[in-house]
Design a protein around this ligand. Structure first.
Ligand code: SF4
Length: 360
């Protein structure tokens, strides 16, 4: 298969990275000096090739051929624990559809772009975004434990974000200088791809800023690799004075098996507020049954169904879009079938707006 220069670079990083770091497939790798080899080992064993993914799941190899264009733009990356939750032989499996590149990813579709939520305009300085009043978002890493095909940051210029502890000082200084900021959000990529020692150091610096009160972490790692919830992670997240909130990004009930539930229970017991944000995805969760099952499972395992997010119109993801009218009809049914606290807010991020738009 002919590889683009970007994919060649990522592949090379992978070959080298297995010895000293975790390959992530985004624009950088993470040095593996951690105290938690189990989750890092799972990432090293991730499937990075559509053909291999199809072979392991007993799927037709034609699917892999169709995936090649999308994989050149955004490589396949699936950790083994997530792979184990995908049903073999089912080409419509809702977890498979999130990770296997689709033929449609290479189509040019009007209205879709590489930066659909205008992150560029919200950049205060490298690594820091501010879209909404009182909150600042740190793009901690470009690395992720999975490559979701609908990812709105699949084209983000991660190489411009700080890559060392010292490089974070300017970002921290900008938050310290703005006394209106009450909440710092760790985002990425996935912030939990960084080792706990680095996260502890970063959180210590944030904690030292007197006007910051809340620490929010957006992550898919407890779902992708449940062993990522370590005692060291619980320490930096909950031992300080900041109120911890973790937003997991589950899209389907099948993702939330007992191992995931157990890891989330550790966060819950440590006093972390757990919220879920789902992306409305055609073929994955755009049915009443799928949304009801997801919300019910979330409540069972102590997670609040917080947002149902309209797809961000990123290049390569058009085949996932569900029209807003269909989303609103879905919400009507959810309200009939679920208690109010189990119904997420249906929202959309609109570039330049002071808050997310509530669609229903
Ligand atoms: S985990 Fe989030 S940031 Fe990472 S690929 Fe998936 S959607 Fe994108």
């Amino acid at each position: 298969m002919k590889m683009s220069p970007k994919a060649q670079k990522l592949n090379l990083l992978g070959l080298l990275g297995n010895q000293v770091s975790i390959l992530t497939g985004f624009s950088r790798s993470v040095r593996a000096v951690s105290d938690s080899p189990r989750w890092q080992g799972e990432l090293r064993d991730a499937v990075r090739d559509a053909g291999e993914l199809c072979r392991r799941l007993q799927l037709p190899q034609e699917l892999a051929l169709g995936a090649s264009g999308g994989a050149e733009q955004f490589p396949v990356f699936v950790p083994p624990s997530y792979l184990a939750r995908i049903k073999s032989g089912d080409i419509r499996d809702p977890l498979l559809l999130q990770v296997l590149p689709d033929r449609g990813e290479t189509k040019v579709v009007s209205g879709y772009s590489s930066d659909p939520v205008d992150d560029a305009a919200a950049s205060l300085q490298p690594g820091v975004l501010q879209k909404y009043q009182g909150r600042a978002l740190l793009v901690t890493t470009g690395a992720c434990a999975v490559h979701c095909r609908y990812c709105f940051r699949r084209h983000f210029p991660y190489e411009q974000s700080p890559h060392s502890d010292a490089a974070w000082d300017a970002a921290i200084a900008s938050i310290a200088a703005d006394t209106s900021i009450r909440e710092v959000i760790l985002s990425g990529g996935d912030p939990l791809m960084l080792v706990d020692s680095r996260l502890a150091s970063l959180v210590e610096k944030i904690t030292a800023i007197a006007h910051v009160r809340w620490l929010r972490v957006h992550t898919r790692l407890p779902i992708m690799v449940p062993s990522r919830v370590t005692k060291e992670m619980l320490a930096w997240l909950t031992d300080g004075r900041l109120t911890p909130v973790v937003v997991i990004h589950a899209n389907h009930v099948q993702e939330l098996d007992e191992l995931v539930a157990h890891s989330l229970s550790k966060l819950k017991l440590a006093g972390v507020t757990l919220l879920n944000q789902t992306v409305l995805l055609r073929g994955v969760n755009n049915s009443v049954a799928a949304q009801v099952a997801l919300s019910e499972r979330l409540i069972d395992i102590g997670v609040v169904p917080y947002y149902l997010h309209q797809l961000d119109r990123v290049t390569g993801a058009a085949h996932f879009e569900v029209p807003v009218a269909e989303g609103r009809r879905l919400m009507e049914e959810l309200r009939k079938q679920l208690p109010g606290y189990a119904v997420p807010r249906y929202v959309q991020e609109v570039a330049g707006q002071p808050h997310k738009l509530v669609l229903a």
